[in-house]
Design a protein around this ligand. Sequence first.
Ligand SMILES: Cc1cc2nc3c(=O)[nH]c(=O)nc-3n(C[C@H](O)[C@H](O)[C@H](O)COP(=O)(O)O)c2cc1C
Length: 200
Amino acid sequence: MSTVLYIKANPKPDNASYTFRMSEAFIKAYQEQNPGDKIITLDLYKEDLRPLNAEMLGQMFAGQDCVMRKYAEQFAAADKYVIAAPMWNLSFPAILKMYFDYVMLAGVTFKYTEQGPVGLLTPGKKAAHITARGGLYSQGPTAQLEMGDRYIRTILGFMGVEPGNIITITTELTGVLQGQELEQSVNKSVAEAIQKASEF
Ligand SMILES: Cc1cc2nc3c(=O)[nH]c(=O)nc-3n(C[C@H](O)[C@H](O)[C@H](O)COP(=O)(O)O)c2cc1C
């Protein structure tokens, strides 16, 4: 039995978000095919996340109990991650960065060694990054501006998730396409999400 941590980072309700249209379809298909697995939904906008402050940093560096620990331990205990976050300002909503600031806890998700930091996540974990983008960033000249997927892959890799175990599912041009063309494009991405859930 695997534990899937479904991390939601969008203030919009499910039915108003293209990101969540894909991620909800992914999770539903995954659960149907893996009824024994446990899915933990973590809606970041319902958590009381605050930016790391001086007090929290003091606790962290003193090795004391801190609010970050429960998130870091929950993250380390999961086998699979589904991160649903729209593209905002070339990456993702700031709340997701805040969450990674909690999860990146030395001694739990990574450790310092003489050779530099090393990830502590056990090998074989899988991750899916699901994201809707107003423009086109998967190809062409704007691809190099994309920093959300790049950041998520980098930080997961830092903690020990192998690059080959990370997939990205996108729907793009939501701010450009209109009407039926937009619906068709999103539906195609939802179908891709359902198909990828069967291999996850
Ligand atoms: C605050 C904010 C920032 C955005 N920044 C970008 C951006 O940098 N590039 C882009 O292509 N679209 C951007 N968009 C558009 C969203 O990526 C697009 O509307 C997408 O469909 C949002 O996903 P959602 O439908 O799941 O909310 C932004 C939207 C918002 C609200």
